[in-house]
Design a binder for this molecule. Structure first.
Ligand SMILES: *Cc1c(COP(=O)(O)O)cnc(C)c1O
Length: 231
């Protein structure tokens, strides 16, 4: 049952919080619903889920149109500049900002709608060539470059850790992202907070919570394995 999966993941988050002396209220579970049919999201909605993560603009907007309007949508995947306009007024948070030009495009569209867009900076903390994201070394100067945009607000950092068999292998990357966010917060850049640390997925969210994640993005663990042939 879908609801049992949600309960189990929530309990594992709570247990990880207890182990690390954290308050479970500090950790937000993002239900990553990519590739899953709207009926399944509706079922999750019906037992109380209100925060969904999608990685594709078109899929997010299609689901947005079909589902209740009190859902909070998070765009977690790579975002192209020319698609910002389709989601700017639909999402609570963009997790994946990794270039000045993208930040500029988000700022411009947010201005058009008279809103401030909340964003996270995607950091490629393991330096994987296949991944998007700013290198840890460049993250601070990158944030200084975009902090001046008046219609975006930098709320924290996000990372997609490597796919590993043993989640312990990702602990150093989560520690590194946490340290980076503390260091950047200490600089007190105008218009920038480091209140969100988005890290941890199905395979490693407990380790991420132990290392300070405030948002975990869980797909498979909630909705089951994805069938990419469906879409
Ligand atoms: C798909 C996806 C997730 C969830 O992955 P699971 O391993 O299924 O939990 C998290 N973050 C991003 C950016 C994703 O694209």
């Amino acid at each position: 049952m879908l609801q049992d999966n949600f309960r189990e993941v929530e309990q594992r988050i709570e247990a990880a919080c207890r182990r690390s002396g954290r308050d479970p209220k500090e950790v937000t579970l993002i239900a990553v619903s990519k590739t899953k049919p709207v009926e399944m999201l509706q079922e999750a909605y019906d037992f109380g889920t209100r925060i969904f993560g999608e990685n594709k603009v078109q899929e997010l907007t299609e689901k947005y149109d079909q589902l209740p309007k009190d859902i909070h949508w998070h765009l977690i995947g790579h975002l192209q500049r020319n698609k910002v306009k389709y989601i700017i007024d639909k999402v609570d948070l963009i997790h994946s900002v990794d270039s000045v030009r993208l930040a500029e495009a988000i700022d411009k569209e947010a201005q058009k709608h008279g809103i401030t867009a909340n964003i996270l900076i995607e950091v490629n903390v393991a330096g994987e060539e296949s991944k998007f994201g700013i290198s840890p070394e460049e993250t601070e100067s990158f944030i200084e470059k975009i902090a001046g945009f008046s219609h975006i607000k930098v709320c924290g950092l996000m990372t997609i850790a490597p796919f590993v068999e043993n989640p312990e292998e990702n602990r150093p990357y989560f520690q590194r992202l946490r340290k980076l966010s503390v260091d950047i917060a200490a600089k007190k850049v105008n218009n920038v907070t480091m209140s969100i640390l988005s890290m941890g997925m199905t395979n490693d969210f407990e380790v991420a919570v132990e290392e300070g994640a405030t948002m975990v993005r869980v797909g498979t663990g909630l909705f089951g394995v994805r069938d990419y042939a469906r879409i």
